[in-house]
Design a binder for this molecule. Structure first.
Ligand SMILES: [Zn+2]
Length: 278
């Protein structure tokens, strides 16, 4: 190891930047310490080594911090709730006993609000495409969803026909995750995870005593979403007394919301550790 002074003078920040513990760091002995009274070469070597070690330590700490602190959106487990229809678009008309039919847009918003409060109470981050009776087009819904970097996207619909809950995932053929896909087929990279999410929702709703039908359908804007996405359509639920619970029925919606919340908590437990943070 040579102790010759670096002809360029004192060591600059570039040495700290590289953290290179090789002789080049030692060689850049500050001119001011050269021949300083009372500072023998052994002491100088020790202090240089100490500085080098502390530099390495700082860099290691910085690298560790960078590794442990992923981008903000990757830290949280986020659920996107899309209450379909709204504003001028009322959606389907849902028959109501002894009164005029309810509007699908109101039933979807009510379920979205119910779900949001259940999920946030359980520590999940929730992003919604609408919070009131406003018109949001498919493109805007997709933009909100894709910006949310959600681990689950649920498109909420309601229907006057069929029974129980209809779960739909995209009809696109699965594509390799990470591939650059056109905007309107972004979901292809997530189809496999969407099917897995639909499976967890199916089991949870089934446990809540709700009949579930699973199917493939490109419900707008599901094909443009880059998250695991499932459309949840609430249909009437026949009762033993021959009557039917309607999609806007409060008790029915509460049962559905609780089953969906339980499913999403289970889905979170399957997510990579980094994404399980609330
Ligand atoms: Zn609808």
């Amino acid at each position: 190891m040579s102790y010759q002074a670096n002809p360029s003078g004192a060591p600059g920040p570039s040495h700290l930047g590289t953290g290179d513990p090789t002789p080049s760091t030692v060689e850049s002995k500050p001119a001011s310490t050269m021949g300083a009274p009372g500072l023998d070469s052994e002491t100088w070597e020790r202090s240089t080594l100490n500085r080098t070690l502390s530099t390495i330590q700082s860099i290691a700490l910085l690298l560790l911090t960078l590794l442990l602190v992923p981008p903000a959106h990757a830290q949280r487990f986020t659920v996107l709730l899309d209450a379909a229809h709204g504003g001028d678009d009322s959606g389907a008309l849902l028959p109501k006993e002894n009164s005029s039919p309810a509007k699908e847009k109101d039933a979807t918003l009510a379920l979205s609000v119910r779900l949001r409060s259940l999920l946030t109470a359980r520590g999940l981050t929730v992003v919604t495409t609408r919070e009131s009776d406003t018109a949001v087009d498919a493109q805007q819904r997709a933009e909100i969803a894709n910006r949310a970097h959600a681990q689950a996207c649920l498109l909420i619909h309601a229907s006057s026909t069929g029974t129980g809950i209809h779960l739909f995932f995209s009809a696109l053929s699965p594509a390799q995750p990470g591939l650059l896909l056109p905007w309107n087929t972004a979901q292809a990279a997530s189809v496999q995870r969407s099917i897995a999410l639909a499976g967890i929702l199916n089991t949870s709703l089934h446990h809540a005593g709700i009949k579930v039908t699973l199917g493939q359908a490109s419900v707008n804007p599901i094909d443009s979403l880059n998250c695991p996405a499932v459309a949840v359509e609430v249909a009437p639920e026949p009762q033993p007394d021959g009557r039917s619970l309607t999609p806007q029925d409060t008790a029915y919606q509460t049962r559905i919301a609780e089953a969906i919340a339980a499913a999403l908590l289970e889905w979170r437990s399957t997510a990579p550790e980094k994404a399980r943070q609330p």
